[in-house]
Design a protein around this ligand. Structure first.
Ligand SMILES: [Zn+2]
Length: 229
């Protein structure tokens, strides 16, 4: 579970009474790892934490988790006012499970990565995410070929309007808060140059919902076109 502090007060107090066995990772305003606390005792006593951290990632305690080597790690977070995280090739922690991922070193230790967003395009996509991309492309083609569809100006109809449609923007809009871009990564070698970041899904239920919504919308659009011809 990820808790992000938005208030201006320096310290926050988290009442963590009753949660055990958990590890609480703390990050500063630049999403840089600052420390960890453990809650391993019994559930009867009260337990709270006072800290200046701006983000807390609470994970079930796992003795194999590399607590001792987290220094220099960043939390994957899309706060883009964040200069420090633009270091190249850095490890980042998944905001859902704390898994350590590194797009540069091709190290992926968790299942919450949907794709790499590189120069505004989706790459290395997961099968279900791939289907979402295919569906948006198919629906967008239908809109480009059939002017009649532009008359409707609400909901998905306006999203797919050929005048304003942009695939990447449309997909981010469909997922809302459930899609999170990780830390920006820049590359400038003779092999490749550009910038991008990993894409994380915070809730797989939303992936299913978006897929279902697009499947249904495609059927609706096709039915409508059939009626008109
Ligand atoms: Zn994860």
């Amino acid at each position: 579970m990820l808790i992000q502090v938005n208030h201006e007060v320096l310290n926050s107090q988290l009442d963590l009474t009753g949660i055990t066995s958990y590890v609480i990772l703390q990050f500063d305003k630049d999403d840089s790892f600052t420390g960890a606390s453990l809650s391993l005792g019994n559930t009867l006593g009260s337990f709270s934490l006072i800290s200046q951290a701006r983000s807390y990632l609470i994970l079930p305690f796992d003795s194999t988790f590399p607590l001792a080597s987290l220094e220099g790690f960043y939390l994957a977070s899309d706060d883009s006012d964040d200069e420090n995280s633009e270091e190249e090739g850095g490890d980042e922690l998944c905001p859902v499970c704390g898994g350590i991922n590194n797009a540069g070193a091709m190290v992926f230790s968790c299942s919450h990565i949907l794709a790499l967003l590189w120069e505004g395009e989706f790459q290395w996509t997961e099968p279900e995410f791939d289907e979402i991309i295919t569906l948006t492309d198919e629906i967008s083609s239908l809109f480009q070929e059939n002017e009649a569809l532009e008359e409707e100006e609400t909901g998905l109809y306006s999203m797919f309007s050929p005048y304003s449609y942009n695939r990447t923007n449309a997909i981010f809009e469909l997922f809302g808060e459930s899609l999170l871009t990780g830390n920006p990564r820049h590359e400038d070698t003779y092999l490749s140059s550009g910038s991008g970041s990993l894409l994380y899904i915070l809730d797989f239920k939303v992936l299913e919902e978006v897929l279902e919504k697009l499947r249904n919308f495609k059927i609706e659009v096709l039915n409508r076109l059939n009626r008109e011809t």
